[in-house]
Design a binder for this molecule. Structure first.
Ligand code: ASP
Length: 312
């Protein structure tokens, strides 16, 4: 079973304006602790020879359950004051994928996306029908106000004060965002998962890159696994996640070069954000063109959490 290959796992908790002055010591410590818990959840699976798919979903589930991040509990508020959640999952061996957009009641959207990945008839579900299906498939369901937290409400009120249709990058004003994970397991399979509440004050019904395979999430054993964060519209227009893979496969770029190039391309369109990626040899890249990105990785020999350029 175990071909004695090495595993690695990389996570993010969103890219955006993260001000060193405004992030309190206590808050930073708590964020770092939750990022480490997320790494550990995936690591436990990988070190036992478990799959990259199981590992990325376990890591993302931890971050969805943390109020620090804009995914699951702690998701941002939409224009009407509700929460609409998105998640997607892909594995690189058979290129199976699952995704959900505009869920209002699934507690851990990443687990529903994973269940869809295994479903033979569908890749992507949205809205009320997605919630009905998730419930039937045995996902944990909650009321929409389970996702409320005070900080996000204030952020939403602030956005509305600026103008009714102001949209905040979910982590603007320094607060973290979307979450994601990429991994390679000891069998050499890669996988990626991403989850978000989207953008503060987004239009109800808006779909971002996190729900769209190839834009916010992509995995292919021939190349790499990718999870993105940033202003979703630009990541959709740039098909950023699959661009990294395509640049590797068809232009022979290294993971490092391809992921930098993909972030540059969405930057040229006017976008802002970052991505994490792992290639088929276990190399990791984490480029961003925003003020910072919560991120971390674990390999058999190393474990690190970072916010700016240095270890947190
Ligand atoms: N990409 C997400 C979206 O546009 C937001 C984020 O990454 O923070 O919905």
């Amino acid at each position: 079973m175990n071909k004695n290959k090495k595993f690695s796992l990389c996570i993010h908790g969103g890219a955006g304006v993260i001000s060193k002055e405004e992030l309190s010591k206590a808050e930073k410590a708590s964020i770092v602790a939750h990022l480490k818990q997320s790494l550990t959840a995936g690591e436990r699976i990988l070190e036992k020879g478990g799959s990259a798919l199981d590992a990325v979903c376990a890591s993302v589930e931890v971050l969805e359950n943390s109020a620090h991040f804009n995914a699951g509990h702690g998701a941002v508020f939409s224009r009407s004051g509700k929460h609409f959640l998105e998640a997607s999952v892909m594995e690189g061996k058979a290129l199976q994928a699952g995704s959900v957009a505009n869920s209002e009641r699934v507690k851990n959207p990443v687990l529903f996306a994973k269940a869809l990945l295994a479903h033979k008839d569908v890749v992507m579900m949205s809205g009320t029908n997605a919630d009905v299906m998730a419930e039937k498939m045995g996902c944990d369901m909650v009321e929409n106000n389970y996702f409320d937290i005070d900080f996000r409400k204030k952020q939403w009120e602030q956005a509305k004060k600026l103008s009714e249709d102001a949209i905040f990058l979910d982590h603007s004003n320094l607060k973290m965002g979307t979450v994601g994970a990429v991994a390679i397991d000891t069998e050499g399979n890669v996988a990626a998962a991403t989850s978000t509440g989207g953008m503060t004050n987004k239009l109800d019904g808006r779909v971002g890159d996190t729900a769209v395979i190839g834009c916010g999430t992509y995995a292919n054993n021939k190349t790499c696994a990718v999870s993105c964060t940033g202003i979703g519209e630009y990541f959709i227009r740039g098909t950023v996640a699959s661009l990294v893979s395509n640049l590797m496969e068809f232009a022979n770029l290294s993971l490092e070069e391809a992921s930098k190039k993909a972030i540059q391309e969405q930057g040229v369109l006017g976008g802002e954000g970052g991505l994490i990626a792992i290639d088929k040899d276990g190399k990791i890249a984490m480029p961003y063109n925003s003020g910072g990105m919560y991120r971390g990785y674990v390999t058999e020999t190393d474990k690190k959490v970072m916010i700016w350029d240095t270890e947190a």
